[in-house]
Structures are given as C-alpha cells and as structure tokens.
Design a protein around this ligand. Sequence first.
Ligand code: ATP
Length: 228
Amino acid sequence: MAEHSPLAVAVTPPASRRVGVLGGTFDPVHIGHLRSALEVAEVLALDELRLMPNARPPHRDMPQVSAQDRLAMVERAVQGVAVLSVDARELARDTPSYTIETLELMRAEMAADEQLFLLLGWDAFCGLPGWHRWEELLQHCHILVLQRPDADVEPPDALRNLLAARSVSDPQALVGPAGHIAFVWQTPLAVSATQIRQLLADGKSVRFLVPDAVLAYIEAHGLYRASN
Ligand code: ATP
C-alpha cells in the first residue's frame, strides 16, 4: 500500500490580505462615512478598512477643529467594529498629505501579495488628474470609486483612457495587489460634516447623525459651537 507523505497533501494557500483605506477630513466623522465604510468592507470582504484623517488637505480649507480632536472622534467611532480601524499617519506629518506618498508608505509595510484598495467618492475620483503624481497611484493600490445609483457617470476626458484600460465591472473580481479600478454602487446617507457643523453652530442636536461616543466627545469638548 502506498504511503502518503504529509508533505504531499495539497494545502490551499491562505487568501491574501485585503486592506482598504478611506481618507477624509472627518470634521467630524459621521454615520455617512461609517455606513459607507462598513458596507464596502463587507461587500469586498476586506480584512481591514482604515479610516485615515487628513492633516492638511491639499484640496480644501483647513478643518474647523484640531487634528487631535478629529482623530479622537474617529477612534471613538470605530471602537468595537472589528473591521474598521484608524490610521493616523497623515496627522503625524507636517507636510501636505499627498495620497501617493501615503500609499508608498503603506505598501512598504505590506506583503507583496496583499491587496490595497483606495476608496474615493466619484467627485474625488474625477479630480484625480489634479493630484500629485496621480498616474502612479495604481502601482500601489486598486481604486474603488464609491458611486451613487443616480449619479452622472461621464468621467473627465483625462480619465477616459485610464478607465478604458483599467476598470473592471465587478469589484469582487479584482485580483492582484494593485492596478485596477472598480465602481461600488451605494446609496449614501444624506448627511455631511458641513451639515453637522452648521447644526451645532446653531445650537441644534446632531444625535443619530454621529455615533453616541462621538456626540459625547463633541459635547464634552464644546466643539463646533458658535463661540469656538
Ligand atoms: P464636508 O461636509 O466637511 O465636506 P464630508 O461629510 O463630505 O465633509 P469628508 O471628511 O470630506 O466628509 O469625507 C471623507 C470621505 O467620505 C469622502 O470620500 C466623501 O465622499 C465620503 N463621504 C462623505 N459623506 C458621505 C456620506 N454621507 N455617505 C458616504 N460617503 C460619504
């Protein structure tokens, strides 16, 4: 009788790790960010989705509260949600947070076969040609474009060739560590940080628009009140 060596047993290699990153000002983080992040993590079966607060966003005004407060709120928001985490690396830098540099740093920490997904709203995606070294982004990650079912899907001319060459129709079929673009269709909750800041400045409640732990932090520190 032939003997089977244990070494001859076929072993299925573990699936490569899948890490997503959602950057934002998070001024403050709210349920729109969190539901969207959780849905993407579940649909794409991510192992981890990192919320990454921006230090000095290159494309917009300065945040209204300190980096420390924005970070504290994001940390409280993800507590107890295993798949969501916080990556504070951009807050530790005193230079503009160029996404390409952040991705290079993340890549250097990851195994070669790990998949990295950069989550971008459609508006941010359309602005890509204005980003620092934007043509190198796909060397380091896949891009997931978060799109609303009712949205206009005409991309700017500068992105047409890229989309034709790199987009795949099914985000779940993205293979390899980087290099492709896929659309994830979501119905976003109609909430924005702008609306939350305005409500607070007007002395109104933002309960149920942010997690209770974030609300408690805002109240304890008197953030976004008109007197700030
Ligand atoms: P602001 O109102 O200050 O512009 P915001 O609410 O849009 O802020 P950001 O921190 O700028 O929040 O957003 C970070 C990311 O989250 C962006 O990619 C943005 O498209 C996405 N996002 C913001 N609001 C929602 C929402 N309600 N649902 C899904 N995604 C959202």
